[in-house]
Design a protein around this ligand. Structure first.
Ligand SMILES: Nc1ncnc2c1ncn2[C@@H]1O[C@H](COP(=O)(O)OP(=O)(O)OP(=O)(O)O)[C@@H](O)[C@H]1O
Ligand SMILES: [Mg+2]
Length: 267
């Protein structure tokens, strides 16, 4: 009797063990399948990532060419409307030609970023870069009620591809102008050397960055401006500044304006 009961228990426990082992095997198979799927998906992401980057870069090129075309058209129209005033017409045409050169340099540089051949940095004066960024805007910021204050240390230098960094500064100035429109305010551009680094900042007294979106403003295509913004300006700035071995950061509080700072090597 006792023997029969022990035998029955034995078979019962053995059955449980077999079913447990079967379950374990099935889970293991399941896990292996998921791991294989995971590896395939990773490979697919790796394959698609360069294409996605290329797509974003293409948008960035279009964005920057558009940024340069607006002043180009304005300068050309200024020349056409003032054919009598030879000096003014000549000045406007010279600026048109300079902006064309810049558009070509920006495009060449962005294509170099896209194919990984990098930048061709040179030592340039920070004052020249800041001047170049303002020249590109064409429209006088005073007309929008903006008081422009430029404090650039005359000896401050940066080791950069000038066309790129000018373009990045132009994006920061455009954002500052939009943040202070309407109503106007103060735009302060500063540049100073700090050891091996040069700090260039663009500060405004506009609406400030909404803290809820602070983490997202450098993402490509992130914009709070609806159809008026494509969300590529800051993504472009970050891309080119980092390609120069620098970094960009922002400080802002709602209603208190924003200050974007770029740190770049100077030797
Ligand atoms: N100076 C600023 N003050 C307040 N918010 C800003 C400022 N600069 C940028 N932002 C915020 O960051 C977002 C992203 O800026 P970004 O320049 O990348 O795109 P955008 O200006 O919206 O469009 P665009 O592609 O025309 O530049 C803006 O939509 C805005 O919300
Ligand atoms: Mg912008």
């Amino acid at each position: 009797m006792l023997c029969a009961s022990i035998t029955a228990r034995f078979y019962n426990e053995a059955g449980k063990l077999t079913s447990l082992l079967e379950k374990r095997r099935s889970l293991h198979r399941h896990l292996t399948d998921r791991q294989d799927e995971n590896a395939l998906l990773r490979a697919e992401i790796e394959r698609l990532e360069p294409l996605a980057n290329l797509g974003t870069l293409t948008y960035m090129i279009a964005h920057e060419i558009n940024n340069l075309l607006t002043p180009l058209r304005n300068y050309a129209e200024l020349a056409m409307a003032n054919t009598e005033d030879v000096k003014l017409a000549e000045k406007a045409l010279r600026k048109t030609a300079r902006n064309c050169e810049r558009a070509a340099a920006v495009m060449e540089g962005l294509l170099a970023l896209a194919n990984g051949s990098g930048q061709r940095p040179e030592i340039v004066s920070a004052a020249e870069l800041v001047d170049g960024a303002f020249t590109c805007l064409c429209r006088d910021l005073n007309k929008d009620g903006i008081d422009v204050r430029v404090h650039v240390a005359p000896q401050a230098r940066v080791r950069v591809s000038a066309a790129h960094i000018q373009q990045a500064l132009m994006n920061l100035i455009l954002n500052a102008r939009q943040a202070m429109t309407p109503g106007g305010g103060i735009l302060t551009v500063q540049a100073v050397e700090e050891g091996p680094t040069t700090r260039i900042s663009v500060a405004d007294t506009g609406v400030g960055v909404d803290p809820k979106v602070m983490d997202r403003i450098f993402e490509p295509f992130f914009s709070t401006k609806g159809s008026a913004g494509s969300g590529l300006g800051l993504a472009f700035c970050k891309k080119v500044v980092e390609a120069h071995g620098g970094c960009i950061r922002v400080e802002s509080s709602p209603g208190q304006g924003a200050c974007f700072t770029i740190l770049l090597p100077n030797s």
